[in-house]
Design a protein around this ligand. Structure first.
Ligand code: TA6
Length: 317
């Protein structure tokens, strides 16, 4: 693995007037990856294929091939740990609101659709297995063929390995298959399911410098050990520590561990902005918090043939 941080390559994006998102995927194309009582492929909302994974501990998850998108992660007591909007739209060309969208190769506004193309492309299931420690692993991948090579004019591969045990591990591997440098941003844009935003505190951010997206991208320093969210919050924390915590008072605590992801994004739209998001319920903002492990202010640049790996691991108590 070899990668350079911080370089940005300028390249003209092809102008695309009409964009068709990949070819439709059929669940039965991936039946060979089913494992009895452990991994199954089923039609999800609007017939979009989803992979359902069950672990011996009773934990389960669902991942849509559309977007390589984990939409559900449940405890053995069937309590949902991720927030998924009941108004989420499962339509081609639109991202699913909630779960764990994969952001790649662009985070913010730019030439590409918001948060890039990975979350609006069909992915393929390429592997499933039960590991020696009994955790269940599935692997999905996407490349330029998923969007016809139109939106991002490079040859690449993104592999997403998802491991379910009593924790949820996700590893993203990006391979540069082009003969030029590629530069990108990426993120696991996790929507955590919480009781009420007023009761939530984030730990691990104290002392960090952040860009405040709701205050004209001002640079600020986080002064709080326990960060609360009042109103709209949209911040990119630089050089965030690899261990972060969400305390959802009286309910549960989430632990987030990241590797080779430099930044952490904290987002909640608050009441007014939340109400303006069509695919979010009016009170949806109260029941979700996004704490994203990301490269936003950091850009990853890969030379031809090089690859890059990063991961996050989620657990709770
Ligand atoms: O990650 C934070 C953020 O970029 C916010 O600025 C907010 O707009 C959010 O993600 C959701 O973006 P989306 O494109 O999914 O509506």
């Amino acid at each position: 693995m070899r990668f350079l941080l911080g370089l940005r390559k300028e390249r003209c994006y092809r102008s695309v007037l009409h964009f068709e998102v990949g070819k439709p995927l059929e669940a039965h194309a991936f039946e060979q990856f089913e494992i009895r009582d452990t991994v199954s492929i089923a039609p999800g909302v609007n017939g979009f294929p989803k992979v359902v994974v069950r672990h011996d501990s009773g934990h389960s998850l669902e991942a849509y091939l559309y977007g390589g998108h984990v939409t559900s992660w449940k405890t053995p007591q069937k309590e949902e740990l991720l927030f998924l909007s009941s108004r989420a739209e499962f339509v081609r060309g639109k991202a699913i609101r909630g779960g764990i969208p994969i952001v790649f190769p662009q985070f913010g506004p730019g030439e590409l659709p918001s948060h890039g193309i990975a979350r609006i492309c069909p992915w393929r299931l390429t592997d499933s297995k039960i590991l020696e420690n009994k955790d269940v692993s599935i692997t999905l991948e996407m490349d330029e063929s998923c969007h016809g090579g139109l939106l991002w004019p490079y040859s690449f591969l993104v592999e997403l390995n998802i491991v379910l045990g009593s924790r949820l591990g996700m590893t993203m591997r990006v391979v540069n298959k082009d003969d030029e440098l590629i530069s990108f941003q990426n993120a696991f844009h996790t929507y955590f399911n919480i009781g009420n935003i007023d009761d939530v505190r984030i730990r691990g951010l104290s002392g960090l410098s952040y860009v405040d997206q709701v205050r004209n991208r001002q640079r600020m320093i986080e002064e709080d050990d326990d960060v609360s969210l009042r109103g709209e919050v949209d911040r990119v924390y630089m050089n965030a520590p690899d261990q972060l915590t969400i305390v959802d008072a009286g309910r549960r605590t989430f632990h987030i561990r990241k590797n080779y992801l430099n930044d952490a994004v904290l987002w909640n739209p608050g009441k007014e902005r939340g109400a303006a998001i069509k695919d979010l319920e009016e009170d949806g903002y109260q029941r979700m918090v996004c704490l994203e492990t990301a490269n936003v202010l950091t850009t990853i640049t890969l030379g031809p043939g090089d690859d890059y790996l990063c991961s996050q691991e989620l657990s709770y108590e």
